[in-house]
Design a protein around this ligand. Structure first.
Ligand SMILES: [Fe+2]
Length: 236
């Protein structure tokens, strides 16, 4: 079910477990002035959500924002066959069976006119197979002053189950908006990340929508800056 966040921006959520931990996941829907919709980080689409989306506009763009949030792309595309799938080009090598219409890299930093984006360079996370790059694009919707992140920061709070609270207290991201220790340890190219963070801080955002955790509605830019100062180990 979609929930309106601000003018021309909605979210929908679904439960998700990551290595046994309830972290949930969230997609973001942006409506452009021409009535076209962009869906960032799609979740499993159901009849109710489809009906709501159809009332809002025309689903035109389905965006996999990084190398990990692609699970429901094909499902969404099947419901909206006229839409275009955007993803980082490296996803073609990782999941060749997924049909990608356009690489995010081919659009520069102004994806669709009303939605800016940039590649968050250098950022990695740890998985059992080792430290892996996320290749995440992050987005800025100027009309609602909203930043949309996927796996580059988390914000868990008291609304999450006890185990999630405990683990995020240990790993980072509990009532502090930031990446976790896993990403801090996995990321070696801190200078690249710093440059990306500085670009993000040029955007005038007041809110951050994350894929995992609660939406950051207060002091979002200050919290983002402080979270990445912790991550980088220096002042920004
Ligand atoms: Fe994720």
């Amino acid at each position: 079910m979609l929930r309106k966040i601000d003018k021309n921006i909605w979210i929908a959520e679904q439960p998700l477990k990551y290595f046994g931990l309830s972290v949930g996941t969230r997609m973001t829907v942006i409506r452009f002035n021409n009535g076209e919709l962009a869906v960032i980080s799609p979740i499993q689409v159901d009849d109710e959500t489809t009906e709501q989306l159809n009332q809002l506009g025309n689903v035109k763009y389905i965006i996999a924002p990084n190398l990990f949030h692609y699970l429901f792309l094909s499902n969404f595309k099947a419901v909206y066959p006229q839409s275009k799938v955007y993803a980082v080009s490296a996803l073609k090598a990782k999941r060749p069976e997924i049909s990608i219409d356009q690489a995010l890299e081919d659009n520069g930093e102004n994806l669709l006119g009303e939605l800016e984006c940039l590649l968050f360079e250098g950022f990695k996370t740890f998985l059992p197979s080792g430290a892996l790059p996320l290749n995440e694009y992050i987005f800025f919707h100027a009309e609602s002053k909203t930043l949309v992140l996927t796996d580059t920061a988390f914000y868990f709070d008291e609304t999450f189950p006890m185990t999630t609270k405990i683990v995020s207290q240990i790993m980072g991201g509990y009532k502090k908006f930031r990446p976790s220790l896993l990403e801090q340890l996995a990321t070696q190219e801190k200078e690249k990340v710093k440059q990306s963070v500085q670009k993000v801080l040029r955007w005038d955002f007041r809110r951050v929508i994350v894929a995992h955790g609660s939406i950051v509605e207060h002091d979002a830019k200050k919290q983002f800056k402080e979270g990445y100062e912790w991550f980088l180990g220096e002042s920004l």
